[in-house]
Design a protein around this ligand. Structure first.
Ligand code: SF4
Ligand code: SF4
Length: 420
């Protein structure tokens, strides 16, 4: 007999720890003040749109795939709103019981203590939540200096108040009034999606209503498996199993693959892909798209350079000729060091013999997380060029990574320099 309640509480604890760790370990954070996006420890700059887009699409499709395969397993097992709502209900009940045991029934005292605990918890949760958007050490400095004047400080106060109201008053009502995910699930789910289903062909239900009493959403699963409130948590399954076990009967509520499909606990031998929910072409397509996004993201990360160099010709004037007849072409460069250590970039010319590159400080040094830009000139000696346009390459090499990059360029010279 599965114990879904115990499994859920363990998953909730793991999710809570992950919720805390994600922004602090830079696994996921959209750092608004610094305009950076952190994804699994990699610091992405806001102009790395392709990778950020792929990362967001991957996460979105992961949620969609999860909903198509396993219904509202996210709501019941992984959602922070549900985890903290249930924790808040548990804390409220625990305080009321302790107060009643010690002082007799004192509703006012119980509520005051409960609000005090939720207030302290709200400051902590708001801090973690805002850490997804502001660097945690910076945020902590603002918190201890009671910064309530800047935009970040005002947002912090607002999030703390909303968190307090959410977990003291709203709690699970949020899922059926504000959150769109439940409605979205109605569109994503189909006849093969995992759901919680009441089946009583032998009319064994004893009407004890324990399944209703334990339901965190306060519904009766016997009415329909498609109620918008049902988060597929499985608490009613445990309750019914426990009640009917005393009568030596199996429970009447189960996780099933759709309304008509077999039970999750069914032990009839089946191919592994059917057991994990890969049951039709739609799911193969969803998994295929998810794999494509994961592959695209992996390729984008592997092609990413920690030091990004960009070079473009300055064509406001095509070229410049000095009094000795030497021809100059001007180029503009920009370097972004997206790593955490100092870097430098060496510029070299290829396929343009006799040309010289005039750049102050070659290699160009860039501080960690810094950017620099500037211009340089490439020149060729008088009468060295027979064509108007010559194609050549500027090569860059980074220190210390030794990553090379090449930039195809053209060198322009005046028409009168052409040899007859
Ligand atoms: S009906 Fe059952 S599965 Fe649905 S929310 Fe209530 S307890 Fe959870
Ligand atoms: S817990 Fe089981 S037996 Fe009791 S009312 Fe619910 S479905 Fe019927």
């Amino acid at each position: 007999m599965a114990n879904w309640h115990q499994l859920r509480k363990r998953v909730h604890l793991v999710c809570f720890l992950i919720f805390l760790a994600l922004p602090f370990l830079d696994i996921i954070r959209a750092d608004i003040p610094r305009q950076r996006f952190y994804f699994f420890g990699v610091e992405l700059w806001i102009n790395e749109f392709a990778i950020i887009f792929l990362a967001l699409m991957f996460l979105m499709f992961l949620v969609i795939a999860c909903s198509v395969f396993y219904g509202r397993v996210y709501c019941g097992y992984l959602c922070p709103q549900m985890i903290f709502s249930e924790a808040s209900v548990w804390v409220e009940t625990w305080i009321r019981r302790r107060v009643t045991k010690k002082f007799g029934k004192r509703d006012g005292l119980s509520r005051a203590l409960f609000y005090a605990v939720v207030a302290a918890g709200s400051v902590f949760l708001a801090f973690v939540f805002i850490s997804y958007f502001v660097e945690p050490r910076d945020l902590f400095r603002r918190l201890v200096s009671f910064d309530i004047h800047t935009a970040a400080g005002i947002s912090g106060v607002a999030v703390t108040i909303l968190t307090f109201l959410d977990f003291s008053l709203v709690r699970q009502k949020f899922c059926t009034t504000v959150c769109p995910y439940g409605y979205l699930q109605g569109m994503l789910g189909d006849g093969n999606t995992l759901l919680v289903h009441y089946r009583d062909e032998s009319r064994a239900c004893i009407e004890c209503k324990k399944c209703v009493r334990v339901c965190p959403m306060g519904i009766d699963i016997r009415e329909s498996p498609f109620q918008i409130e049902c988060i597929h948590c499985g608490e009613c399954i445990d309750a019914c199993d426990e009640v009917l076990a005393r009568l030596h009967k199996p429970g009447l509520i189960h996780y099933t693959w759709g309304e008509r499909g077999e039970r999750l606990s069914d032990t009839t031998p089946r191919p592994w892909y059917r057991r994990v929910g890969l049951r039709d072409a739609k799911r193969v397509v969803v998994l295929g798209v998810l794999t494509c996004y994961a592959a695209g993201l992996t390729v984008a990360f592997s092609m990413r350079h920690a030091v990004l160099v960009q070079i473009a010709p300055v064509r406001a004037t095509l070229y410049r000729v000095d009094e000795s007849g030497r021809v100059f072409n001007r180029f503009r460069y920009s370097i972004a060091n997206r790593s955490h250590r100092p870097s430098a970039v060496i510029f070299t010319i290829r396929q343009l013999p006799e040309a010289t590159l005039a750049l102050d400080g070659n290699p160009v040094r860039v501080a960690p997380g810094g950017t620099t830009q500037g211009e340089f000139e490439i020149s060729t000696p008088p009468k060295s060029q027979s064509e108007l346009v010559r194609h050549f390459t500027i090569e860059t090499s980074t220190i210390p990574d030794q990553v090379r990059d090449t930039f195809p360029m053209t060198f322009l010279a005046p028409a009168e320099r052409q040899k007859p």
